[in-house]
Design a protein around this ligand. Structure first.
Ligand code: 7PM
Length: 283
């Protein structure tokens, strides 16, 4: 049912993707996220939050300094660096060995973050925002999460086919600088330029995300595809999020980017036992 993949990371054991789903914990370091008083406090709180997510079973920590929400205020490179870099340094200083992904479409931010200890690029522009992004991935030999976000797409065209064309471009840009597809994780980009119906269509047809057989990340946590359906605010969307996580797993998803690590991980373990039986060792 799940395709299996071993994705090399620099200075770390590889990511093993397959029947055991990986959980990526979201660590937002925007001023509105951990801001009950100054920069020092923000860093301490961010590290504590990362440690709590790791204790809850996070396999990857995704750190982002710009709220990527469609329509959100843009943040300068310097501002994003100022937010993200002290936190990465503090995570490394705290001895955290859980792989860190950098949620940024800015090549300079990705480059600095990797030099400081991040080992995965999470690019919501799918390597199509800046030509240097693929080069940064090549330079550091890191994997890339390539998310679909096509701001100029023809909304009359079927989403799955449009996404396939988009990812063809992503893979070609990567290949041109020597980043093979064994280093790329596809992400359909839930909530990014898609209608409510399209978001659910993509979740339903997750195995049809092209090229088929590549690893897939699902990022639905607390998103409007849940909130609009149920008419509830972000802080009440956990049950809906878990439904999308389990649905995405049953449809072949490999990595789940979530705010609520423990609840989603528990649900994924139960879903895994349902598909494959309980793990023989620790799974
Ligand atoms: C609305 C839309 C509100 C998106 C909040 C968001 C993804 C990501 C984000 C994703 C990958 C959020 C976001 N979403 N990176 N960054 N995949 N790879 O929920 O779905 O944090 S931003």
């Amino acid at each position: 049912m799940h395709t299996t993949h071993t994705i090399a990371l620099p200075n770390r054991p590889p990511l093993i993707l397959g029947q055991r789903a990986l959980v990526m914990g979201i660590l937002n370091v925007t001023p509105d996220s951990f801001s009950d008083g100054g920069q020092h406090n923000l860093i301490e709180n961010a590290v504590a939050h990362a440690q709590a997510m790791i204790a809850d079973g996070a396999d990857i920590i995704d750190i982002g300094g710009e709220s990527t929400r469609p329509g959100a205020a843009l943040v300068s490179v310097q501002e994003e660096l100022d937010r993200v870099m002290p936190v990465i340094d503090a995570l490394v200083a705290a001895g955290i060995t859980t792989p860190i992904s950098i949620d940024s479409y800015k090549p300079l931010v990705a480059d600095q973050a990797i030099q400081a200890g991040a080992s995965i690029i999470n690019d919501v522009h799918g390597l199509q925002g800046a030509p240097e992004m693929a080069e940064i991935a090549a330079l550091h030999s890191v994997p890339v999460i390539a998310m679909h976000w096509d701001k100029v797409r023809d909304e009359a065209k079927p989403i799955i086919a449009e996404m396939a064309r988009y990812f063809e471009t992503t893979l070609a840009l990567a290949k041109a600088v020597g980043v093979g597809r064994e280093r790329i994780i596809l992400d359909p980009g839930f909530g990014f330029g898609k209608s409510l119906a399209e978001n659910y269509e993509v979740l339903r047809e997750l195995t049809e995300v092209q090229p088929r057989g590549m690893p897939i990340l699902v990022g639905t946590s607390r998103k409007s595809m849940i909130g609009r359906l149920l008419d509830i605010p972000a802080d009440e969307r956990l049950a809906g999020t878990i439904a999308t996580t389990v649905a995405g797993y049953l449809k072949g998803g490999h990595i789940f980017r979530v705010h609520d690590v423990r609840a989603n991980r528990d649900a994924l373990r139960v879903a895994q036992a349902t598909l494959y039986g309980p793990p023989t060792e620790l799974g």
